[in-house]
Design a protein around this ligand. Sequence first.
Ligand SMILES: [Zn+2]
Length: 418
Amino acid sequence: MEIGYCRRCNIPLRDKRCEICGSYPLSLRFHELGDIRPASHYEMDILLSLIPFREVKNYLRRRIVLLAKQPGLDYRKDIFVDGFKFGVLEYIKDGRWRWRFVPTGKGVALIHHLTSHVDFEMRAKGHMKGKKIDRKIDKDWEIVKLGNCVAIAVKERKGVKIKDVYCRKIMERKRSTLKDAVRGNTKFLERIEREAVEMIIKSKARYVAFSGGKDSEVALYLSYLAGVKKAVFLNTGMEFPETVRFVYNFVDFLDMELIELSPQKSFWDLVEEMGIPTKDRRWCTKYLKLEQLKKLQGVIVDGLRKYESLRRLHSPSTRKIGNLRTIYPIFNWLSLDVWLYIHSKGLPYNPLYDMGFERLGCYMCPAMLNAEFHRVKVTHPELFKRWYEYLRKIGYTHEEIMDGNWRWKEPPPKLKEL
Ligand SMILES: [Zn+2]
């Protein structure tokens, strides 16, 4: 998967030319399901806390930092700065759960360029990339001066290795913000907006599903532009309070009608009958959400996107639930498009995105990353405690809960290794 990148304006581009300077972009490649997007405030804070150089923090704060998912069991993302891969940010367990940032060779060269910092020097003996070296380092990684090149040494289980070497000159790129990115992609955003609105109008949609997340917010806004009047909120009773508040406020802001549907039996009753929902046995969506939709007839707009998950990559472009047909006007949008669109319209968004959450659903959703689940403990201690105590009551140990084992009925082999 790739998008364009204007090096001159230092912004991502979705069309064939930069709308600010007219230059042709180079391509920025990332994982097929990377679903690239700007880093949230929370992610920026985490990243900057892991880089011990003031000059680098200042540099990153004034540029667009993009993140693309990498496959893995938990949070693991490629970081892009100035249009190149700067490093990887991940949430790992080595003894305890923690965040780790490791730069690429070019990333470490940029850090060295901005700070002149060197941890140690080595004499290059031929090709060093990938070689083990006889040295102890304290940190996750160190900056190595290697002749005229800059290299990164990383600590691995079996010793220290030269992970990458970078020998070319580093260019500092222009400062940029999301506002610049919106400016450089205005026509693109207008086009995808127009296509989506036309699709909604053509479908004669009566409803739009609104969960309080960013994708459904955009679907809601586009539906509003297309003349849809009714927003449907499926309240599972396990939503974050911020989400419920945002749903009410945003629907009110657009002066639309809110239809709030709640399950007949509460989650807590269902969990007694069915056991806890897990990634490999997710009864919750069906009972808490889809069943309620059967009360409606006609066409409903939904903010589902294909890049959100592998499963969705292969799902059909429409779906029927009872007498309700679903359409997906932003199915092909990247997370980046969604954020640029939200910023281009100056729309508010759910505050949870800047508090360390990436997919908003129930506060104990098994589809959450451990990085997010641990975050609930900090941001919503009472909600966390209630679920934690339930899991303890049905027999999970503290460690099993914190490692996220409860999220699978049959944990995948990799997780068992933890
Ligand atoms: Zn440009």
